[in-house]
Design a protein around this ligand. Structure first.
Ligand SMILES: Cc1cc2nc3c(=O)[nH]c(=O)nc-3n(C[C@H](O)[C@H](O)[C@H](O)COP(=O)(O)O)c2cc1C
Length: 204
């Protein structure tokens, strides 16, 4: 099963969503029976961690009240979807040089102590078995070594935070310069070919 996580709130106007649908069309052409589960973070934005969530997530599971267990319900659902996925496709805008807040809220539900990572004297130990993740990131601006180029805090952050729960097989594909139009998208998506072939071989 491929877990598809679109993030953009812009519906059919979204470059990242349409790029994701193009990749899914290609995947279905290569592997017609592949199952796709969609978790749309714009249609159902995950809640921000509230008092009850924070308390419940930091206490031993056996000590949680029924209300505290309930406050972790969405977290358990999102973690369950991730654990069940052979691979994950995230399609998202870049917002203010990093992940949009809806994707950050998903991360806050999924990266949980004693559930998806343990703490040790030498750092966090990821508890989620590795699997391929591709993030297709729509960016209005460009990156590089030229005056006015912007920094990319998405890629290092996204790889680091997923690495903390054990997922290190992470690729980020940037769609750049979209403020000037979608011309760069076909070339960028061409780079996803080998990722798709890997997913097809996993789903076979
Ligand atoms: C709040 C906000 C912050 C943004 N920050 C950035 C940014 O840091 N870098 C960038 O290249 N584009 C930025 N953009 C532009 C979007 O990434 C761009 O419009 C992209 O196409 C949106 O994705 P979508 O087409 O999938 O909706 C920002 C847009 C908004 C609304």
């Amino acid at each position: 099963m491929l877990l598809h996580i679109p993030v953009s709130p812009r519906g059919e106007a979204s470059f990242s969503r349409s790029a994701g649908l193009t990749l899914l069309d290609r995947l279905h052409a290569m592997a017609p029976r592949v199952e796709v589960v969609t978790r749309d973070l714009a249609a159902e934005p995950p809640t921000h961690p509230d008092h009850s969530f924070v308390e419940a997530s930091l206490m031993p599971a056996a000590d949680r009240s029924a209300d505290q267990v309930e406050s972790l319900g969405l977290s358990e659902t999102l973690i369950g979807e991730l654990e069940a996925a052979d691979a994950v496709l995230v399609t998202t805008p870049m917002n203010n040089f990093t992940v949009p807040s809806a994707l950050k809220a998903w991360i806050d539900h999924v990266v949980r102590p004693s559930r998806t990572f343990d703490i040790s004297p030498t750092g966090k130990i990821g508890l989620v078995p590795d699997r391929p993740v591709l993030a297709v990131v729509a960016c209005g601006g460009r990156f590089g070594d030229f005056p006015g180029a912007q920094e990319d805090f998405f890629t290092p952050y996204f790889k680091y935070v997923l690495g903390s729960i054990g997922i290190t097989d992470v690729e980020v594909l940037r769609l750049e310069g979209l403020g000037h139009g979608p011309e760069s998208i076909p070339d960028a998506l061409g780079e996803a070919g080998s990722w798709l072939e890997r997913i097809v071989s996993i789903e076979r």
